[in-house]
Design a binder for this molecule. Structure first.
Ligand code: AMP
Length: 332
């Protein structure tokens, strides 16, 4: 039997090139190789934004983008977290054995206490418990997370093990962090800094449904430098960023050509950007069209969400029945 993988996706607006190459391509591999569950973490998003103006729209947008980009509802289970009441029930049960001291020590909680002092709600404190419920509800064993999530995952193991011990059962396996991405890359932004990031502003990011016009404008305005001072001078960070972006969408010959021009000291960044913009447009155009088509087909999206929820609930009900029985409640 294929191992169970669980991964959450926050409904935080449009996907950009960094999300695609840095995370999403991983999902495409996972759905082929594992029994994968991808959920849209709408409950989680309430911990920081309890009154969102368009929750339904944001959730739909994420679902549409993931489907358009290649997640296949037949190959994986893609569902909306709040469509699975079993997760909320397991969260409640796990909360009974999660201690204030251990929750208060979580780094991400401490960060939030500093960054949003006016909204330290109990949901924020128990975020790791909800995350544990998301994983344990499917008896997930592999969780594709970054370093920043290691502590949460450790807690998921703690809560699962504690439940097993308290109720003398072996319902929950231990979830482990893993990285399936051999080729995962860090995508730089257009403003000369480090990672492409929404928080660095619109000018930094290339969205996967960027219009041809905006795409060109953004790339032509990307930060570079005033040119190599002497032939053979190393590339500055902003220029290296442009080369890194080229490596995602341009032919090797194109990159080699501009690399040589840089080495010679004769490079014209305007030409490089024009070429990058053209190749990026070739990459983005089909994605843009697919995302729009998928978003326009509301009926199909509703069907996909319903289908995913049914698939996920089948599994979740079994887990919850075992949990209820272990605790001494009647089965549902
Ligand atoms: P975020 O919405 O910024 O939390 O990103 C969601 C996922 O995309 C995370 O797994 C990030 O690691 C990944 N990601 C975001 N930005 C980049 C980037 N510039 N390069 C590579 N991966 C990224």
């Amino acid at each position: 039997m294929k191992e169970i993988v669980v991964s959450g996706i926050r409904p935080t607006g449009k996907l950009h090139l960094g999300n695609y190459f840095g995370a999403f391509k991983n999902f495409l591999t996972l759905q082929e190789e594992f029994n994968s569950y991808f959920f849209i973490a709408d409950y989680h998003s309430l911990t920081t934004h309890p009154t969102q103006s368009d929750m339904a729209g944001s959730v739909k947008r994420v679902l549409a983008e993931y489907i358009a980009l290649g997640l296949d509802p037949e190959k994986c289970t893609i569902y909306i977290q709040s469509d699975l009441p079993e997760t909320a029930e397991l969260y409640l049960m796990l909360n009974m054995n999660a201690y204030l001291g251990e929750l208060e020590r979580v780094t991400s909680f401490k960060d939030k206490v500093r960054s949003q002092p006016n909204n330290i709600n109990a949901g924020l404190l128990t975020y790791p418990v909800l995350m544990a419920a998301d994983i344990l509800i499917h008896k997930g064993v592999k969780v594709p997370v970054g370093k920043d999530q290691e502590q949460h995952l450790e807690m998921a193991r703690t809560f699962g093990n504690r439940f097993n011990r308290l109720y003398q059962t072996d319902i929950f396996p231990e979830p482990q962090a893993f990285s399936a991405g051999k080729e995962l890359v860090k995508v730089p932004g257009l403003t000369g800094g480090g990672k492409m990031s929404k928080s660095a502003g619109d000018a930094d990011t290339i969205y996967l449904d960027e219009s041809a016009e905006t795409l060109k404008k953004k790339i032509m305005r990307a930060v570079s430098d005033s040119g190599p001072t002497v032939p053979g001078a190393p590339k500055s960070q902003p220029v290296q960023n442009l080369f890194d972006l080229m490596s995602l969408v341009c032919k090797t010959e194109t990159i080699e050509f501009f690399d040589q021009e840089h080495k010679n000291g004769s490079i014209r960044y305007g030409d490089l950007k024009k070429q990058l913009a053209a190749d990026m447009e070739n990459f983005i155009a089909p994605l843009r069209e697919k995302i729009q088509d998928t978003l326009n087909n509301e009926k199909r999206l509703d069907e996909i969400a319903k289908f995913g929820a049914e698939k996920a609930r089948k599994n979740a009900r079994e887990t919850m029945n075992a949990v209820r029985e272990a605790v001494g409640f009647k089965k549902n």
